[in-house]
Design a protein around this ligand. Structure first.
Ligand code: FES
Ligand code: FES
Length: 169
């Protein structure tokens, strides 16, 4: 049986250039976790359903179990580890999830945060319905989503320089 040769892949991850030799079949999520030790990107289903593995690639949210590491060559990938500011201050989304209790077990949270980051970059002032539609590809088994929606509304308000006002029930 012939051995499969490892292939070089170069990309930028959280602002740093990285190069590694990988098997061509290596999924991006495994590359991030096992080669780069960025284990904040979670693996849930590995079949593109749950969104736990969501990262940002060139400004788009991508489920990193759906692509090979080689396909990310030349791109800029951001993971949850790169979300906080360099001085350690939380990103508005992280603050929102904390303030609004947007997580319980936290398994879905890194993917939710990265999806929400892209959602707000595309639509800085989303309605509740737009938030719900925007995170429809990210599953949470704990929260019932209500507090995740609030957390994203909190972040949208903060990023716009407003104070988050909860809608009346
Ligand atoms: Fe990628 Fe579930 S692990 S979508
Ligand atoms: Fe547990 Fe979302 S907080 S899966």
């Amino acid at each position: 049986m012939s051995e499969i040769e490892n292939v070089a892949v170069s990309l930028t991850v959280n602002g740093k250039k990285v190069q590694r030799f990988v098997e061509p079949r290596t999924l991006l999520v495994h590359f991030l976790r096992e080669e780069l030790n960025l284990t904040g990107t979670h693996i849930g289903c590995e079949t593109s359903h749950c969104g736990a593995c969501t990262v940002e690639i060139d400004g788009q949210s991508v489920k990193s179990c759906t692509m090979f590491a080689l396909q990310a060559g030349g791109t800029a990938v951001n993971t949850v580890e790169g979300l906080a500011h360099p001085d350690g201050t939380l990103h508005a989304l992280q603050e929102g999830f904390r303030q609004c209790h947007g997580l319980q077990c936290g398994f879905c949270t890194p993917g939710m945060l990265m999806r929400a980051k892209v959602l707000l970059s595309e639509n800085p002032d989303p309605t509740e319905e737009e938030i719900r539609a925007g995170i429809a590809g990210n599953l949470c088994r704990c929260t019932g989503y209500q507090n995740i929606v609030k957390a994203i509304q909190y972040a949208a308000a903060k990023l716009a320089g407003r104070t988050f006002q909860e809608a009346a029930e």
